[in-house]
Design a protein. Structure first.
Ligand code: ASP
Length: 340
């Protein structure tokens, strides 16, 4: 099949315009982008667009929105060689992580991008981002896509989506992948880091999952955290999982009161996944006595997963796995290259 790319426009700063009254940026339709980027007509392969009816600021993203993106990809999977998702930067890392789990047996590129400045600004970063993302989505080697993964392209780097975090609200270089190398770097040429890119294991057909279970919360601990407040959180009605962000390599306070609250909630079926507040490195609960004591409560180890990957993976597994032990096992292993 000849290379072809479907650009899916969901909203975000890239297509925003100023509200004449308030001066605030609001999402606009894709026509704005087409007008500002005439270069889109220069691609020699088929380039189509699918615009969401109501483009949104990505702060409004909900799991149903991820399900819509997954469905558009599934419905067009055989018609295109790759996909580019135009999306707001605020929650792009969550969406890229969620989609990586929701798309099973993916063997085509799904490249998220957006911009820090609207496409009609003189110094917009949107133009280069969208053009490079399309080129990457279309890139093939020996008739096969070079990057058959869910990724984020921003400024000059291509990252595995479920390894990223939005790191800056002001730099064009807005994303980081602290615990996994860039998959490509764009300069005069786009240089691919082939050993770091996933190789699809089979030619199985794409399967999409559209359900996520949001009975989860994130909890960041800090010195002096109030055990009674923790108790209230652990006993929230309907809560099934917590991603806890701990100190350093997975350490927490060691007071009996703190540890017992977690142990009794976990004994009753709550899933607690331990990731680090540090962006670089991994949870290793056996490294310090403090970590071992926390591990003994039944908490499980999230190694070097980002918060974005951990929380969306938990939502995905809660909705699609049957037993707590299956969820716990899958949380600790790599499903889409999100953990190492
Ligand atoms: N608030 C915007 C959004 O996430 C920010 C951006 O696109 O950069 O939709």
């Amino acid at each position: 099949m000849e290379t072809s790319v479907l650009v899916i426009y969901t909203g975000g700063t890239i297509g925003m315009k100023r509200n004449a009254k308030t001066g605030a940026l609001i999402p606009f339709d894709f026509s704005e982008i087409e007008r500002e980027v005439p270069e889109l007509k220069k691609f020699k392969y088929k380039l189509d667009t699918h615009s969401f009816k109501n483009p949104i600021d990505s702060s409004d993203v909900q799991p149903e929105f991820w399900a819509n993106i997954a469905t558009v990809i599934k419905n067009n999977y055989d018609l295109y060689g790759g996909f580019v998702i135009l999306h707001g930067t605020d929650t792009m890392s969550y969406s890229a992580a969620a989609l990586s789990f929701m798309l099973e047996n993916l063997n085509k590129p799904v490249i998220f991008t957006g911009s820090q400045l609207p496409i009609d600004s003189l110094r917009t970063d949107g133009k280069e981002n969208i053009l490079s993302a399309i080129e990457i989505a279309a890139s093939q080697q020996s008739g096969k896509p070079i990057v058959p993964e869910v990724c984020i392209f921003f400024e000059d780097k291509l990252f595995r989506g479920n390894r990223t975090t939005k790191h800056s609200a002001e730099n064009f270089n807005a994303f980081r992948s602290y615990n996994y190398p860039a998959l490509a770097e764009s300069g005069v040429e786009i240089k691919y880091n082939l050993p770091a890119i996933a190789k699809p294991k089979s030619n199985k057909v794409l399967k999409i999952y559209t359900q996520m279970d949001t009975s989860v919360i994130g909890l960041k601990i800090f010195p002096g955290i109030n055990c009674d407040f923790i108790d209230n959180i652990l006993n929230i009605n309907g809560l099934k999982g917590i991603v806890i962000e701990t100190f350093g390599s997975g350490n927490t306070p060691t007071s009996e009161k703190f540890l017992m609250k977690f142990k009794s909630a976990i004994d009753k079926g709550l899933i607690v996944l331990n990731i680090s507040q540090c962006q670089v490195g991994s949870v290793e609960m056996e490294r310090y006595e403090t970590g071992i004591l926390f591990k003994n409560t039944g908490v499980i180890c999230g190694k070097n997963m980002t918060f974005e990957a951990a929380i969306t993976k938990m939502e995905f597994l809660l909705a699609n796995n049957k037993t707590i032990s299956q969820i716990k096992e899958n949380l600790q292993k790599s499903l889409r290259g999100e953990i190492s």
